[in-house]
Design a protein around this ligand. Structure first.
Ligand code: PEP
Length: 252
């Protein structure tokens, strides 16, 4: 179902005390100040998921993992399976974040296996796509994003698509302070929806939520969130400050 979503990707930030305080502050502000009906999802580091899921059990905020293993279980030292995440209270998982693709060399076949594990565990997948600056300058960005969609998502059934959200995150905008202009964001979001429609049909494409991520903050959120094909945001840096995150939420 297409809905408006604000997701906070905390990355590798916050010890236990800091993570619990951030979650407590966000949930308090949401309760006191937020009247909208957008879905709110926080992505803490793995080790905090269980505690934060319990802390927010009776709130309207969901929790997710920033990654999951491509395998079910076994001798994969350091890995965390989708099933483990679900058993700790996670309802979502981010797959294919550009930091995972570039620093951990995650390929399309790794990501496809992760998506299948996540869906099998009953998690909602936020699948990230996006081009580097070089790819954009060479006008390769549409081809690249189409191949990221095709290689990992177009084998899914219509039912499985009901558990997938796409996040467009231009690599050149992540953590850099550079944001896609509203025209660039809308152009790519419309392209993503059309590419999904070409393979899966218009009805399904019109039901997929497509989030924007990349230096989204309190000052630029509104101009991105009003765009026709932008259904919310995946927020990195600005999600580490409760006030900023909730102020962004209020613009959705
Ligand atoms: C991200 O890493 O998903 C992200 C969007 O980061 P930032 O908001 O810091 O650019």
């Amino acid at each position: 179902m297409r809905r408006r979503i604000l997701a906070g990707n905390w990355k590798m930030n916050g010890d236990r005390e800091e993570a619990m305080s951030l979650a407590t502050e966000i949930s308090g502000m949401v309760k006191d100040e937020y009247l909208g009906d957008s879905k709110i999802v926080l992505f803490p580091p793995f080790v905090h998921i269980h505690s934060i899921a319990r802390l927010l059990e009776h709130s309207r905020i969901s929790i997710g993992g920033q990654n999951c293993a491509a395998a079910d279980s076994g001798a994969f030292t350091g890995e965390v399976s989708a099933k483990m995440l679900a058993s700790c209270g996670a309802q979502y998982v981010i797959i294919g974040h550009s930091e995972r693709r570039s620093y951990f060399n995650e390929s399309s076949s790794d990501l496809t296996a992760k998506i299948m594990q996540a869906l099998k565990a009953g998690l909602q997948v936020i699948y990230c796509v996006g081009e580097t600056l070089e790819q954009r300058e060479q006008t390769e960005h549409f081809n690249l994003v189409a191949s990221q969609l095709r290689e990992c998502l177009f084998h899914l059934s219509k039912d499985q698509w009901g558990h997938v959200v796409v996040a467009y995150e231009p690599v050149w905008a992540i953590g850099t302070g550079l944001t896609a202009s509203p025209a660039q964001a809308q152009e790519m979001h419309a392209f993503i929806r059309q590419t999904i429609a070409d393979h899966m049909g218009h009805e399904l494409a019109s039901e997929v939520s497509i989030l924007y991520g990349g230096s989204c903050n309190e000052s630029n959120a509104t101009e991105l969130f009003v765009l026709k094909d932008v259904d919310g945001g995946l927020i990195g840096g600005a999600s580490l400050k409760s006030r900023s995150f909730v102020n962004i939420l209020k613009q959705l």
